[in-house]
Design a protein around this ligand. Sequence first.
Ligand SMILES: [Zn+2]
Length: 439
Amino acid sequence: MASRSLSRLALVATGVLLTSLLGGTAGAQTADTPVFWRVPATAAQAHALAAAGFDVEEGDAGTVNVVGGQAVAGKLRALGFRPSFFDTVYKELPAETNRLAADTFYGGYRTVTAHENHLTQVAAAHPDLATKYTIGQSWKKAKGQGGHDIQAICLTKKQAGDCTLSTTSPKPKFFLMAQIHARELSTGELAWRFIDYLADGYATDATAKSILDTTEVWVVPIANPDGVDIVASGGNSPKLQRKNANNSRGSCTGTNIGVDLNRNSTFKWGGDSNSACSETYQGVSAGSEPEVQALETLARAIFPDQRGTGDNDPAPSTAKGTMITLHSYGNDIIIPWGFTQATSPNDAQYRRLGAKYAASNGYLVGTNEETVGYDTTGTTDDFTYGVLGVASVTFEVGGSSGTCGGFLPRYTCVDSTFWPKNKGALITAAKAAAAPYQQ
Ligand SMILES: [Zn+2]
């Protein structure tokens, strides 16, 4: 046992030392700087750890990754688990960080304000292509504590009736949303790049032109702005806030406050954590959070109800509309259902659509059970598929380790890796909006 303990310590020391040697370290590294701990655990143990308030993430087979500092590792050992160092959470910063523009953090990631200004600029520069909407409010804004509007942009070559928040407007729709989990930093950046690709590319890129001539593309780049404010407040050591900023229940501290907005949607809500400080806390009731209300209101405004109410009612093959919610990490394309281990009544069609996405990004296509390995109730994509019949999937962007892995990949990974891999998948989703179940 002693030697095992020593080797664990050596591994941790190696991780910290590597970070400090690389220069341009991401903030001050201390004994309580969060890292990823690799923890051998059964599915039941992983569930119990999450329920107990540990920050439990996908790991290799038979293991989970738990985020935390030495204190968290000590708690795990006290419970009989054997955590070992897996990887750093914070990556080395790009060399040019000191010359970055305002409204960025951690090597270049955009703040909420930067995203808001971006949408304003795109709409102003391309009035024939872009329409900006406020679709609701964040929790803090709804409570009069600052906060933000939840903003969306609709992109299409505008003809009569286009981008009018109508379920009967002429063109099929692709709905892309990002950063509902605030700390999943790469996702908002991908939404930003897709907006620019379409709006700036319309004049010169035949594919961008074809998409906007035939399709409404709705993008919510920051679905959880209060959470992203908390993340960005850490500067070069982003805070690991996942949930929104709702601190009205429980005695949670730090980044344990909030409701998991991807467990709060109204379809099949109620199977996740009731513990207010848990990272997967589902909230007091279905759709209790204003951010979730905003997303569901938008989805209901642009997509007709195309599916029956039974769990086994398929969306008809003529149903229209695609939806992708961007998360990280795992290199997965997750198809329904989330709430049950059962496959969806459109399973074969989802696997064909998923394979088309994977042709671009190379991710693993499968249900929750086949990818991340846990059930999820109250997710956004279960809502848009289950209630409206829209072909809806989750992307888990990026791998679990290395410079471009985890929640906080080096900013340069967005343009070196994530955008090149996922640009084609987002294009495919837009093209598939007219007939997603006939791919
Ligand atoms: Zn997520």
